[in-house]
Design a protein around this ligand. Structure first.
Ligand SMILES: [Ca+2]
Ligand SMILES: [Ca+2]
Ligand SMILES: [Ca+2]
Length: 444
């Protein structure tokens, strides 16, 4: 365990950053006490590492009993941890029924969670990610939402279950279970509770949690938001194809102040060389009355010429030719934009493409033809020898005598077809990026 300690420091730093992010959001009003406790735990963790001590605490003891001298806030001894993970919810429901409100003192279920020594990932969960009290259904009473984890016997998998306990006349019942198993390699816990409250602004409670699936290089975080339907039980309010992102931080935030929370994911990079050139992004999912759907994607500034051109392409694809022309011109003029190093002749190739698309955007926007064509012809010499200069050359040569935009675009497509391998090669920036789209270079 001591050998992993430098790794653990990084995880603690990451966890503290996550806590900062949570505390800064409108949703997660983490108390100063909670933050203090977590930071203290983190420091103790580090001290344990320095002494070469155990830092994980991942192996629960077999009895699950608190020491004889422990004072129980709830006055009720937590039951022994069941050997079978599937039996946890029933045992906890019985404990909640017996202990009553005393088990709900914040952080909720603390005595039971401590006694059962839940398997902990290298990034420790916050108390709120383990247990929350809040309204998750249509009645106004609060439910208890708890996250339980256990290692498989061989230690390679981490089981995890988010469970909603509802108080009925007969006592507490487990009314929803998420279940998830994750590879232990990445040492991330497969679940975290995000919220138990009305997220959608209709007066009825909701449940939000994340699940994390890790591949060889990268963990993908998926967001689940649920509502309790009268006849259906808890139902996902997220689309079937899921709201997910690689290496994402997840927040709920009312960004437009309308009383409905948006789901905000930030991240998106893949830790694999083959993925190529990347930049982080924010995705905002907004409630449409039935489902959460993608409303906005905001890319973080990257400083790369490649992404400046991609941003200009986005304007072009949306038919905003004036914005596209401005963006191509700015990308060409901004000397602070750098090459990614993924392509050998990167700046010249990207610039040759940009001068062509700058002219094309001006023409598509309805501008007069003389000036853009003249400017294009003038700049082509600068990019001689590149693959992309062929686009401007063919365009300038055919535009005037081949029937305007349509005729020139047909000539461009012929040129691309004849040189497809070369175009694909210079537009290869890794699998995280789109491949060369021959049809969209000159789509008129
Ligand atoms: Ca309720
Ligand atoms: Ca709601
Ligand atoms: Ca909103």
């Amino acid at each position: 365990m001591a050998a992993t300690c430098p790794h653990v420091y990084g995880k603690i730093a990451l966890a503290l950053r996550r806590i900062e992010a949570y505390a800064g959001s409108t949703m997660h009003r983490l108390t100063a006490l909670g933050v203090g406790l977590i930071i203290t735990a983190g420091l103790l963790f580090m001290i344990g590492c320095r002494d070469g001590g155990e830092s994980g605490g991942t192996t629960p003891d077999s009895t699950g009993e608190l020491g004889a001298t422990a004072t129980l806030q709830s006055g009720v001894q937590p039951p022994p941890r069941p050997a079978d993970f599937a039996s946890y919810p029933a045992a906890i429901a019985a404990y909640l029924t017996e202990a009553g409100d005393a088990a709900l003192a914040l952080p909720c279920l603390a005595e039971l969670l401590a006694a059962w020594q839940m398997a902990e990932p290298d990034v420790p969960l916050t108390p709120e990610e383990r247990c929350l009290i809040g309204n998750t259904d249509a009645d106004a009473d609060d439910e208890v939402v708890a996250l339980f984890t256990a290692e498989s016997e061989d230690g390679f998998a981490l089981f995890s279950n988010v469970v909603v306990f509802d108080k009925t006349e007969e006592g507490y019942e487990a009314v929803y279970q998420s279940w998830w198993a994750s590879d232990r390699i990445a040492n991330l816990v497969p679940h975290a509770i995000v919220a138990a409250e009305d997220i959608t602004g209709d007066g009825a409670g909701n449940l939000a949690y994340t699940s994390t699936l890790c591949g060889a290089h990268t963990c993908t975080v998926r967001v689940h938001v649920l509502a309790d339907g009268a006849f259906t039980g808890y139902m996902q309010l997220t689309p079937e194809e899921s709201i997910s992102m690689e290496t994402a931080d997840v927040l709920l935030e009312d960004r437009d102040g309308d009383g409905v929370q948006e789901i905000v994911l930030h991240g998106g990079t893949i830790s694999s060389v083959g993925a190529g050139v990347q930049r982080t992004r924010t995705e905002v999912y907004a409630w449409n009355g039935e489902l959460y759907e993608l409303a906005e994607t905001i890319f973080d500034a990257s400083g790369l010429l490649y992404f400046a051109i991609r941003d200009a392409d986005l304007h072009f694809d949306e038919g905003n030719y004036g914005d596209a022309a401005d963006a191509y011109r700015t990308a060409l003029a901004d000397g602070s934009l750098v090459e990614s190093g993924f392509q050998e002749n990167e700046r010249a190739e990207l610039s040759a493409y940009a001068v062509f698309r700058f002219a094309l955007s001006q023409l598509a926007g309805g501008g007069s033809s003389a000036e853009p064509i003249a400017a294009l012809e003038q700049s082509l010499g600068e990019y001689a020898g590149t693959v992309n200069v062929g686009l401007g050359e063919v365009f300038a040569a055919t535009y005037a005598n081949a029937g305007g935009l349509h005729g020139a675009c047909l000539a461009i497509r012929d040129h691309i077809t004849a040189n497809l391998d070369s175009f694909q090669a210079v537009w290869e920036y890794g699998y995280a990026n789109p491949t060369f789209d021959a049809e969209n270079v000159c789509p008129f």
